[in-house]
Ligand binder design. Structure first.
Ligand code: ARG
Ligand code: ZN
Length: 857
């Protein structure tokens, strides 16, 4: 273990304010690949002149300290100590009034393969400082509650030199930037490189002109328009819906190829993974376009929820992330289809967050301890964090929500805030007591809501019970407040009770509906009003009835989902022909031209095998990956055989015509067409897919066709053609790597992954490429969980290789193992062995060490 890795566990309860106030930070940075010089001057003042405190600054092991002065003079070395990641200057060596601390350090961006702090990506200097990267650039109080304005001078021969805020002045080989908004250092950024801008502009509603630039590598200009248009839409939307205006003269977005995450909201200078900016119909899929639009919005929205109001400490991460995800979800619903967006978001939540909640990595949206904060950029903090806000909005109503948000911005602008502050604005704005609601932030786990019905003399009683299974460190789970949106549908299909919200606050509670003529069918959890698992006794015919008649799009889709899941669960346990009701219901849906294409496409997608496993585990059944796979393949084939004519008709009729548009309507048609293709390819030998791959004019259909061919094991020619055409396009080649493993038949997937990993263009230090391959294997459920342990071993080998190079990426990918405890004893033994091999690695990073030890605890 290195010094850095020895840092103890951090606890929320240990929070103490920083004893100094900062009034300005000035940086003068001379860029060079292996020896970048960083001069920092920090104007600061002790908060309490009578009780002098030591000055503690964070600074990574890679900082080579040249000089350190206080008000121009070197302090007595007896009072200066550097231990691990902390530099301490004793109180005795500090003035009691305002002073300036100046340091000079040298760092090596070229050696930075962890992509944290300042690094080089294909010749572009760039930074990633969230969460704790700034300490690898200079000595600083690297914590979000220390905020100040920044003045930055960059020196380099590279043509484009960018930092936060507004440009002040520039000349040959230098540029100066000033950010007037006080910010924590995690929002600092710089970029230097040979870049070109795709330019636009935006006039704010108060009439200020903002210059917009999307900076890309020369040659990529023609793929940046969509991002620019998305940015303009986001800026307008935030003004219209939240009343939030942009606050600088310029907004810069830069794309880089090496990036650990999706993107970063640095003040006025967002840095993006190139896959979340660059798009053309020939290279990007509909899903890519939708994601680009959403992430551009997400990072832009952070300007208010994250930057103007930031987090007091990293335990509060979901304060900015949950809220910003919630806002970007609202934005996408407004730009596209609200119903489709809701269903997509629930699919993601169930696939990733429910699974996280079920295993050893479960944690609350606001954790109260961590070793390495980068391990907590999770589905729970982000997606469940957004769900919690959706519940809050439902409980206080749209108007209450709007009032609370106005109060939040008015009260906390310029603050580093907490979840307590957030809840308090809702209490103050609406008068509602949120004491019990707070458990959603502090308690981990997915509540299971069990519903039984009782019908007598025109009265329907609903008996509800809530229970949350124990999670690590939290054995007992008190009842939460759970908003359950529901309605009643009469036997003739008419709605007899429109959407009503039941508030479940007790472990057990009953609700009565009187004076009903005939027994209605209950439409429960409309709009997925709470992130819970609903258990109810509903037979297949009632589910099919809801799929046909529910007026709530989510609940309607979910009824179909339930039918599919029960068919798959039965199929996986060896029951033959279990899917009859589902297959028949899908037939009625397909024939109904009154139902929009997007909805039918969603209903045609079978639940993923991972989702089936999560569903079985919640029912205390040990999932058998091979049996689940076989059941899903059989059900797909049944659907295809039963509905071949209508599927073929849909496939032929929805042929793309005219120029490509990434909008909701056109992409819905493509989604339905591809869903039909995937089913048909089960019985046409792949003939249609082969033709489509050769003729499609857009990447959406080509990838759809390619996935079908890979599944059939007849993709060789298509793969070669794609490599010839796009060999030099990194983003397309990432797809090429990924699809071969993700869609491969389980028996061959690990061998294919092994072969691909040996290719010279498997540039594994690039996070996108690494994820393309390793993430694809993790997503191929029966292959990752292969009975012989080959999926586990292959993954563990690569995690061990990645860890010393890029610990963040290794640690994130290790979550592929997070479900290991739910499988059979044989698999558990093999998975544990793989995890123990990683744990035993000498000088394992703090990142991976925390993940692995939580998983084998
Ligand atoms: N704040 C960024 C976002 O959600 C995520 C950056 C996190 N980066 C990291 N290395 N943990 O938009
Ligand atoms: Zn974010």
């Amino acid at each position: 273990m290195t010094q850095q890795d020895k840092r103890p566990v951090q606890y929320l309860a240990d929070y103490r304010p920083y004893p100094f106030t900062l009034s300005e930070t000035r940086l003068d940075i001379t860029l060079a690949p292996t020896g970048t010089r960083v001069r920092a001057e920090i104007d600061m003042q002790p908060k309490d002149a009578r009780n002098a405190a030591d000055l503690m600054l964070d600074g990574g092991a890679g900082l080579r300290l040249g000089s350190l002065t206080i008000d121009g003079a070197a302090p007595d070395p007896a009072f200066v100590r550097r231990e691990g990641e902390v530099l301490t200057i004793g109180a005795a060596a500090l003035p009691r009034t305002a002073f300036t601390l100046a340091t000079e350090v040298e760092i090596d961006p070229e050696a930075n393969t962890a992509f944290e702090g300042l690094y080089l990506s294909n010749g572009i200097f760039c930074t990633q400082c969230e969460a704790e990267g700034f300490r690898h650039i200079t000595f600083y109080p690297d914590r979000p509650d220390v905020m100040t304005t920044f003045r930055v001078t960059l020196r380099s021969d590279l043509p484009v030199l960018l930092s936060n805020g507004n440009p002040v002045a520039s000349g040959a080989g230098w540029a100066e930037w000033h950010d007037p908004w006080p910010k924590p250092c995690y929002l600092f950024a710089l970029v230097a490189g040979e870049l070109v801008a795709v330019r636009g502009s935006f006039t704010t509603r108060s009439g200020r002109e903002v210059a917009l630039n999307v900076w890309v590598r020369p040659g990529d200009e023609d793929r940046a328009d969509f991002a620019l248009v998305s940015l303009i839409k986001s800026m307008r939307w935030d003004e219209e819906v939240y009343g939030r205006e942009y606050d600088l003269e310029v907004f810069n977005i830069v794309t880089v190829d090496d990036f650990n995450m999706g993107a970063m909201e640095n003040k006025g200078l967002n840095i993006f993974n190139s896959k979340l900016v660059l798009a053309s119909p020939e290279t990007a899929t509909d899903a890519d376009y939708e994601r680009i639009e959403a992430v551009i919005a997400h990072e832009y929205f952070h300007n208010w929820t994250g930057n103007r109001i930031t987090c007091r400490d990293w335990f509060q991460l979901c304060l900015k992330e949950g809220l910003t995800v919630f806002r970007d979800q609202q934005f996408t619903s407004d730009m596209r289809s609200a119903a489709v967006k809701r269903i997509e978001d629930v699919q993601v939540l169930r696939a990733r967050q429910f699974r996280e909640d079920q295993g050893p990595l479960a944690h609350p949206p606001r954790p109260d301890r961590f070793e390495e904060i980068n391990n907590f950029y999770t589905a729970t903090v982000y997606e469940k964090g957004a769900e919690v806000i959706g519940m809050l909005k439902r409980l206080v109503g749209d108007e209450g929500y709007a009032r609370a948000l106005d109060l939040y911005f008015a009260r906390h602008d310029g603050d580093a805030a907490t979840i307590e502050d957030w809840l308090k604005v809702f209490e103050d704005a609406t008068g509602r007591d949120l004491g019990q609601f707070k458990r959603w932030y502090t308690d981990a786990g997915t509540p299971v809501v069990t519903m039984t019905e009782e019908w007598q003399d025109g009265t329907l009683a609903l008996h509800l019970r809530q229970e949350t299974p124990p999670t690590p460190g939290q054995p007992d789970k008190p009842a939460r407040v759970i908003p359950l949106a529901m309605g009643l549908i009469g036997p003739n299909g008419d709605e007899v009770l429109p959407t009503t919200v039941l508030e479940l606050t007790e472990p057990r509670q009953s609700f009565r509906f009187e004076a009903l003529g005939a027994r209605p069918v209950v439409s429960m959890l409309r709009g997925f009003s709470a992130p819970v698992m609903l258990r109810r006794q509903l037979d297949d015919s009632a589910r099919a009835f809801l799929l046909a008649h529910d007026t709530d799009a989510f609940a309607r889709w979910d009824a179909g989902r339930d039918l599919a899941l029960s068919a798959l669960a039965a199929g996986a346990s060896g029951e033959a022909g279990a899917g009859g009701a589902y297959v028949a219901a899908i037939g009625r849906l397909l024939a109904d031209e009154g139902i929009d294409a997007a909805f039918r496409a969603l209903c045609l997608q079978l639940p993923s095998e991972e989702e089936v496993a999560t569903h079985l585990h919640a029912d205390r059944t040990v999932p058998d990956p091979a049996a689940i796979h076989a059941a899903r393949e059989a059900l797909a084939r049944d659907l295809a055989e039963a509905h071949e004519p209508v599927l073929a008709e849909i496939y032929t009729r929805l042929r793309s015509e005219g120029p490509y548009s990434p909008g909701a309507t056109a992409s819905a048609d493509r989604a339905l067409r591809l869903a039909a293709l995937h089913l048909l390819s089960r019985i046409d030998g792949g003939e249609r897919a082969e033709i489509l791959f050769g003729t499609a004019g857009n990447m959406t259909e080509r990838m759809g066709a390619l996935a079908a061919l890979v599944r059939l094991g007849r993709a060789e020619r298509a793969l070669a053609a794609m490599r010839d055409e796009f060999g030099s396009n990194r983003l397309v080649m990432d797809k090429w790597f990924s699809v071969q493993v993700m869609a491969a038949p389980p028996e061959t997937a690990v061998a294919i992954a092994r072969e691909l990993a040996a290719r010279p263009d498997f540039d594994w230090k690039n996070p996108n490429r690494f994820r393309a391959l390793m993430g694809a294997l993790a997503a191929n459920h029966p292959a990752f969980h292969a009975a012989d342990g080959s999926g586990y071993d292959f993954t563990a080998d690569w995690l061990m290789r990645m860890d010393p190079v890029n610990p963040q990426i290794a640690a994130r990918m290790s979550s592929a193992f997070e479900t290991w405890v739910r499988y059979d004893a044989d698999r558990r033994a093999r998975a544990r062995q793989a995890l123990e091999r990683i744990a035993a690695l000498e000088s394992l990073s703090r990142n991976s060490s925390e993940m692995v030890s939580r998983m084998i605890a």
